[in-house]
Design a protein around this ligand. Structure first.
Ligand code: HEM
Length: 272
């Protein structure tokens, strides 16, 4: 169009729109930091999901080089996410208490994109849908993800298309052990390593979140404890049960989660 204004940085990136999205519930100084850190995490989650979808497509298409290229980007995104924790740790527990009670019952536990990342990456636990009863759109997105193939499904299909035994978990395990001897199919070996690196970086993100949480709220219940209770099938906590029901207690139960357990298990059996 002849009279359309020229493109500017702000118009292209919708910066004014972006900067209008931070609404504090209180006057507490640290609340803006809290909102910005969460929103930045969600933006990175968005990009990570986009890249994971492309990685899955590349693996299904047998394009191992393309998958490796984008997996390197996924690694860097998860590393950046992990560097977000020290920013939030500059908030003192007393500063957080100034606005924390206003957040209840909301919690990162209700992050739709985080669960989507888990589902597409191969941790499909439908129990988590319980946490989205108040969020029809989020629940819909998660139900769709539950129907989709995962990165692991793509990897197993690739092994089969390359003539590798992959009919059962035991066969996949043996195939992955064999790949680690690096005698053939070097590209598949590189893919195994890149998937393990993604899994390892994600586990480190989880572990760092737990440490930050312990430092911030000790053994207090999380703001999302009611949603957690629905998902893990516990009764709402009685007074005095704070230690058991602490947010950190729940988070610690997640730190052993792995997207690709067979890739980790193979390390136990690999021989020279
Ligand atoms: C002061 C900062 C934070 C504290 C004290 C905190 C604490 C917690 C706690 C206690 C839980 C367990 C659920 C609950 O009881 O509510 C949780 C879950 C979660 N939080 Fe945070 N969090 C903080 C910041 C963040 C940030 C910045 C993100 C980034 C999006 C985040 C993402 C998540 C996610 C994804 C879960 C679910 C984890 C899972 O189920 O595996 N949290 N958080």
């Amino acid at each position: 169009m002849a009279d359309a204004p020229p493109l500017t940085y702000g118009r292209y990136l919708r910066v004014p729109d972006l900067l209008r999205l931070q609404h504090r519930l209180t006057e507490a100084h640290d609340e803006l930091q809290f909102i910005v850190v969460h929103q930045v995490f969600e933006l990175w989650f968005k990009l990570l999901l986009f890249e994971l979808e492309a990685i899955r497509a590349a693996i299904f298409a047998g394009d191992v080089g393309g998958a490796l290229h984008l997996l390197r980007r996924a690694h860097e995104i998860v590393k950046v996410l992990t560097t977000g924790w020290p920013v939030i740790e500059t908030m003192r527990p007393v500063d957080f208490l100034e606005f924390r009670s206003e957040l209840k019952p909301a919690s990162g536990f209700q992050s739709v994109q985080f669960r989507e990342i888990e589902y597409i990456s191969n941790l499909k636990d439908p129990k988590y849908l319980e946490a989205f009863r108040e969020d029809a759109e989020g629940a819909q997105r998660l139900r769709a993800r539950l129907e989709e193939p995962t990165l692991w499904d793509a990897f197993v299909a690739l092994l089969r298309s390359r003539g590798k035994p992959a009919g059962s978990d035991e066969e996949i395990l043996q195939t992955v052990i064999q790949l680690q001897r690096r005698t053939e199919d070097h590209d598949l070996y590189e893919l195994v390593e890149a998937l393990v690196t993604y899994d390892q970086l994600f586990a480190a993100w989880r572990a760092r979140h737990v440490l930050m949480t312990e430092r911030m709220i000790g053994a207090r219940p999380g703001t999302g404890q009611l949603a957690v209770a629905k998902v893990v099938g516990e009764e709402a906590p009685a007074p005095g049960e704070i230690e058991y029901f602490s947010g950190v207690h729940y988070l610690r139960t997640t730190t052993d989660k792995r997207f690709f357990p067979l890739l980790w298990e193979s390390r136990t059996f690999v021989e020279r």
